[in-house]
Design a protein around this ligand. Structure first.
Ligand code: DSN
Length: 418
């Protein structure tokens, strides 16, 4: 007799209903969280496959468990495609996400108490680049660099001066809320001067990098880490690229240093996403993400919004809304009620607290995946302006939400069923 194996709707109506609700939200709203995207149906099928059932500690052909006939091929395919896409010597696809990928780098090169350097979180850096509340700020001596006061761009003179003074073991370059191109060559020169390992965290921009819309750090940095679900459009996961000489240290740090069995269903999803990113259309996508962000930045600046650095080179913009008489949180919450989803965000040198800061962060990867372009960015700027002028006008917000829904209906989202 076959095992009782009901579908989700039958087995768990509550979760089934919530999944359907999320599906509806992701269809009807404009999703502008810079780190989010739509994974394709193919990516989700692979990620929701039977590969979730399999344990496979180790690496292809060197596993601790038997029955790896399929898993080895899946992992090797993912690695081969990513090598082709990014031109890397070595790739590890096992990190569970971006933070574990970064922790593996610490484990590979540092001992507790060593000095490390990264961009401060309030200036657009990531928690795991040495922020005080993160394990990376607690277990290591963290030196944080920032952006310049006048133009809010990374201050390479400060990076160099701090690096000379503190001689860090690791130098991070990577951002989560920074709208400008990173000069990986300049970071390389600083790392060489002080004998640091240079690590580029391209979690936000890996899709732009492999799509040719942002310079690549591969071959410049010693190690490159990334998530797989942002501009790269894969499942939620992590990956590490490195030079040949660091391959063994990185692999040992991921397993057995930090993790047990890899999430093989996610590895399969990453392989599918890499195949999608190898298609010529992905280059067009990456270019349009940036073009859309630039159009949106210009449209908001025309309407008097404080666009940090005056524009963007990548997939996101950071906007100071103080001059509009709202806080970032008030605006983000009102926008959500108007069908426009983004996150409130500190701006550089923000006088307000992170839980109710002066700005919002806006990203174009998901809207661009739906095929939206310049006209939709201008419409979006108009909606953001209307919400900013009357964040408490619930009838006005509901009217905008209906207009947003009409627009979304014209741009089907990959992976979403309606
Ligand atoms: N949570 C991600 C972001 O939104 O940028 C970074 O980890």
């Amino acid at each position: 007799m076959p095992a009782f194996d009901p579908a989700l709707a039958e087995s768990d109506p509550e979760i089934s209903r919530l999944v359907a609700e999320e599906n509806r939200l992701e269809h009807d709203k404009l999703r502008l969280i810079a780190s989010e995207n739509y994974a394709s149906r193919a990516v989700m099928e692979a990620t929701g496959s039977v590969l979730t059932n399999k344990y496979s500690e180790g690496y292809a052909h060197k596993r601790y468990y038997e029955g790896q006939q399929v898993v080895d091929q899946v992992e090797e395919l993912a690695i081969a495609r990513l090598k082709q896409l990014f031109g890397a010597d070595h790739v590890n696809v096992q990190p569970y996400s971006g933070s574990p990928a970064n922790l593996a780098v610490y484990l590979a090169f540092c001992a507790p108490g060593d000095t490390i350097m990264g961009l401060a979180l309030p200036a657009g850096g990531h928690l795991t680049h040495g922020h005080s509340v993160s394990i990376t700020g607690k277990y290591f001596k963290s030196v944080q660099y920032g952006v310049r006061k006048d133009d809010h761009r990374i201050d390479l003179d400060e990076v160099r001066a701090l690096a000379r003074q503190h001689r860090p073991k690791l130098l991070w370059c990577g951002t989560t809320a920074y709208p400008r191109t990173l000069d990986f060559g300049a970071f390389r020169a600083i790392a060489d001067e002080v004998g640091a390992i240079l690590v580029a965290d391209i979690a936000h921009i890996s899709g732009l990098v492999c799509g040719g819309a942002h310079p690549s750090p591969v071959g410049i940095a010693d190690v490159v880490t990334s998530t797989t679900h942002k501009t790269f459009r894969g499942p939620r996961g992590g990956m590490i690229f490195c030079k040949k000489e660091h391959a063994a240290a990185i692999d040992r740090a991921v397993f057995p240093g930090l993790q047990g069995g890899p999430h093989n269903h996610v590895t399969a999803g990453i392989a599918v996403a890499a195949r999608e990113a190898l298609a010529p259309e992905f280059k067009t996508y990456a270019a349009r993400v940036v073009e859309n962000a630039r159009t949106l930045a210009a449209a908001l600046a025309e309407r008097g919004f404080g666009v940090i650095t005056g524009g963007t080179d990548n997939h996101l913009l950071l906007v100071d809304v103080t001059s509009k008489g709202v806080t970032g949180k008030q605006l983000a919450q009102a926008l959500d009620r108007a069908g426009i989803v983004l996150n409130y965000n500190s701006v550089p040198f923000d006088p307000r607290k992170p839980f109710d800061p002066s700005g919002v962060r806006i990203g174009t990867p998901a809207m661009t995946t739906r095929g939206m372009g310049k006209d939709e960015m201008r419409a979006l700027a108009g909606w953001i302006d209307r919400v900013t002028q009357a964040p408490g006008d619930e009838a006005g917000l509901a009217k905008i939400a209906a207009e947003v829904k009409d627009l979304c209906a014209k741009f089907p989202a990959p992976g979403i069923r309606v």
